[in-house]
Design a binder for this molecule. Structure first.
Ligand code: ADP
Ligand code: MG
Length: 377
């Protein structure tokens, strides 16, 4: 196990900044996720940590020791990719044992010791009953577990996973996610898990880092990122459906986006040195927006909309509605009762939860820290 520290890590290919000045620390034994859209530099970052590639600038430290110049073998890391390659002619047991046979420092192991290790990993990963099968006789999930097991059996100091579940179908992926979490709790190896899927990162990780175009956007626990996104990018990226982001203005002690008005705590305008009329982005999570059929009892604050799209999710219905009395085409997503049977074209009244909204600087996108609440009355 090891603490992994990245210091001002940069990678350029030609003139392209693929990673720009990344500094972060993954704690010893932590399950840490790195999440960001496709092409943001996640795989490049894992390759640098594994030693498969060298940074243009910056350092990588394992437990305080500089490993930036060390070859992959000397780093004692294991890397699992999306497309795992098992040896097709070997059984599961032989595939699992393979790294122990090749690892020089383990040559002192007896056949019995290796068999015991294979057994331990097979039990950990639920592969005991398929140990004598060959990869083609396994399901996708089982194959992926063998790939994980083959990486884990070496007891690496750091376990690196690059979108390891992307080849699995959705249901299997959810199951494997829970298994990975449990696996980590059992082996307690430092794990760095890369994914473009924010739900995966949020449900799996102790902490996560959000990356956009090679730049670190925020590091924190899933709760930190959900409750206080550092900027508009994180706000829009974390959460499903994504946060509503509305063009708004600071005026007369309020933040206003058409009919939506929140009272600002005293001093927000002056603290920012922002004159009245300053443009901001108002962020409201869909789960904090309630939509009701306009003829039903409900929201009476004068916010109305027209349903454009509905999406059923179990007992809840996600509704995209065009906000009335504001810039045409402004869409707000919120929750309705599935029993309301809303259809495109229906009118809805919209109500908002208190104290759960976010403000961002319209220009820089940076979070403006303040708690805003609904205007009374
Ligand atoms: P991710 O894993 O987040 O999808 P990658 O790390 O694979 O992203 O790639 C990040 C960016 O770096 C992409 O724009 C990609 O085209 C570029 N890139 C990756 N490897 C190379 C390379 N060897 N040469 C040039 N550009 C590269
Ligand atoms: Mg990648």
């Amino acid at each position: 196990m090891a603490e992994v520290r990245l210091e001002k890590l940069s990678k350029r290919y030609g003139r392209a900044d693929v990673l720009a000045g990344l500094t972060l620390t993954v704690r010893d034994g932590e399950l840490f996720a790195i999440v960001g859209p496709s092409g943001c530099g996640k795989s490049t970052l894992l390759h640098l940590i594994a030693g498969l590639d060298t940074p243009t600038e910056g350092r990588i430290l394992f437990d305080g020791l500089d490993v930036t110049e060390l070859p992959p073998r000397a780093r004692d890391v294991a890397l699992v990719f999306q497309s795992y390659a098992l040896y097709p002619h070997m059984t599961v047991a032989e595939n699992l044992a393979f790294p122990l046979h090749v690892a020089k420092r383990r040559t002192s192991r007896s056949r019995e010791e290796i068999a015991a290790e294979v057994r331990r990993i097979a039990e950990l990963l639920g592969l005991v009953t398929v140990l004598e099968r060959r990869p083609r006789e396994l399901s996708g999930g089982q194959r992926q577990r063998v790939a994980l097991g083959r990486a884990l059996i070496r007891r690496p100091r750091v376990f690196l996973l690059d979108e390891p579940l992307s080849n699995l179908d959705a249901q299997l992926r959810a199951g494997m996610r829970a298994e990975l979490r449990k696996l980590h709790d059992d082996v307690k190896t430092t794990m760095i898990y890369v994914t473009h899927d924010q739900t995966e990162a949020m449900t799996l990780a102790d902490r996560l880092a959000v990356l956009d175009r090679g730049r670190l956007q925020q590091i924190g626990t899933p709760r930190d990122l959900y409750d206080a996104p550092a900027n508009r990018f994180v706000a829009g990226f974390i959460g499903s459906p994504p946060m509503n982001l509305l063009d708004a203005r600071l005026e007369d002690g309020e933040v206003r986006a058409g009919p939506i008005r929140f009272r600002l705590p005293a001093g927000v305008e002056t603290r920012r040195g922002a004159p009245a009329g300053t443009a901001v982005t108002l962020g409201i999570r869909p789960e904090h927006v309630r939509m009701c059929a306009a003829d039903a009892a409900g929201g009476s604050n004068g916010i109305v909309g027209t349903v454009r799209l509905t999406e059923l999710s179990g007992s809840q219905l996600w509704v995209s509605a065009e906000l009335g009395g504001y810039n045409p085409g402004t869409i707000l997503v919120g929750l309705a009762d599935a029993t309301d049977r809303l259809q495109p074209g229906d009118q809805v009244t919209i109500s908002l939860d208190r104290m759960v909204s976010h403000l961002f600087d319209a220009e820089t996108g940076a979070r403006i820290d303040c708690e805003i609440g609904l205007e009374p009355g």
